[in-house]
Write a protein that binds this ligand. Structure first.
Ligand SMILES: [Zn+2]
Length: 403
């Protein structure tokens, strides 16, 4: 998902997250990709007749108005957009008895898979927030003594990259071998198996840029042996977030491992962000010269190649815009926060200038960072420190050496 759409989506989600209805009168609708639009319309009309039964007169009126607004909005479409549609509508007024029915609608950057109608005091945002987890990649190793699966978790998508069967025999003694000898052979084979799983996982995971972590799963005790032993390369082993117990191995096991890992993953991502931001604010506080912030200061250092880690807030929204004066046709190009585009005055005649063309700066900055070997961290605004970075202009850097 490209940066811009990702941020638009995130901005919408954080805006809607703040809204609380005074009553159960906020309507959420998800129309899945490929779903018949006329059918959706039909269902909303059914909801209209159900809403006639709402006891409170004002709530009833607000819900009916919202549903009518949604129907009018859906009429703008000939068919369901390629990725489906998410609509949020309801009374957002904070004064009792005063109605302010607003509607938000988004064609998400990824296909909507959920079909949902909900009338509640909050908007249902989970299907949208799931979409911006996409950029995060985790390594998965699920194993027991008979097989191993190596996979990747990319957002919500699980991809199996390698499956391996072991030749480790069962625990029961076969043939004429002594019990001890049999155990030794078995142990040796198991060790060899874990070694090759570790080697393959290490080489596959090393190919993934910015892998956030590794999770090891499996039904037996062998997963712990694998996670704790020297089977994975050091740099991959140090990324292990945890070990989870599953009922299955193989492809089911991968899925089970992911289901049981969300808590681990969300803790890890918050912790990582916290660590980087602490370092950033620490350097700023010490006035060590090893941290910069603000658009111009940071991009200058970036050009110089002195930025080790570039911090980019989800709330960062700068563009390069070509302005044109509506009365004297004077033109000018500026790099500025999107929020300031509506207040640009013509330096020649003093009239307001309009945007003729614009380009998002985020992708350009990230490209530059890649060129310079700078590591980029997208920082959420969900934490206090993340919010602080946004207030500092949404962009900053930890430097390799003193500016
Ligand atoms: Zn002018």
């Amino acid at each position: 998902m490209e940066q811009k759409k990702r941020r638009e989506l995130k901005a919408l989600v954080s805006e809607l997250k703040e809204i609380r209805g005074r009553h159960t009168e906020l309507v959420t609708i998800y129309v899945p990709a490929g779903f018949n639009l006329a059918k959706s319309m039909e269902q909303i009309k059914q909801e209209q007749s159900t809403a006639q039964n709402i006891k409170s007169k004002s709530v009833r009126k607000n819900v009916l108005t919202a549903l009518e607004k949604i129907i009018q909005h859906l009429k703008l479409y000939k068919k369901t957009p390629d990725n489906g549609l998410a609509i949020f509508c309801g009374n957002v007024s904070d004064k009792e008895g005063v109605a302010d029915i607003e509607l938000w609608s988004i064609e998400p950057p990824e296909p909507v898979k959920t079909k949902l109608y909900r009338c509640d005091q909050i908007f249902m945002l989970e299907p949208l927030s799931e979409m911006f987890r996409e950029k995060e990649i985790y390594g998965l190793v699920v194993l027991d003594k008979s097989e191993a699966s190596i996979g990747l978790l990319m957002g919500k998508k699980i991809e199996m990259i390698k499956h391996m069967d072991s030749i480790v025999p069962g625990k029961t003694k076969k043939g004429g071998w002594s019990q001890a000898r049999y155990a030794r052979i078995r142990e040796g084979l198991l060790h060899d198996f874990l070694k090759s799983v570790g080697a393959i996982a290490t080489s596959k995971f090393k190919e993934v840029k910015d892998m956030k972590g590794v999770i090891v799963g499996g039904p037996g005790p062998i997963k712990e042996e694998f996670a704790e032993g020297d089977f994975l390369g050091y740099e991959i082993k140090s990324k292990i977030l945890g070990v989870v117990n599953t009922a299955y191995s193989g492809e089911y096991g991968l899925r089970e491992t992911v289901e049981k890992s969300y808590e681990l993953i969300s803790q890890a991502s918050v912790a990582r962000e916290e660590k980087i931001l602490s370092r950033f604010f620490d350097e700023l506080g010490k006035d060590s010269g090893l941290a910069v912030y603000g658009f111009h200061e940071t991009t200058e250092e970036l050009q110089e190649g002195s930025v080790e880690i570039l911090l980019l807030s989800e709330g960062f929204d700068w563009i390069k815009a070509a302005f044109e004066c509506s009365s004297c046709s004077y033109t000018e190009e500026k790099i500025l926060p999107r929020s300031m585009t509506s207040e640009q005055k013509c330096p020649k005649c003093g009239n307001m200038m309009g945007v003729k063309e614009e380009k998002d700066m985020t992708d350009e900055i990230i490209k530059k960072a890649e060129e310079m070997g700078t590591h980029v961290e997208i920082i959420s605004t969900d934490t206090q420190k993340g919010e602080q970075l946004k207030e500092l202009g949404g962009i900053g850097g930890i430097l390799r050496f003193k500016a």
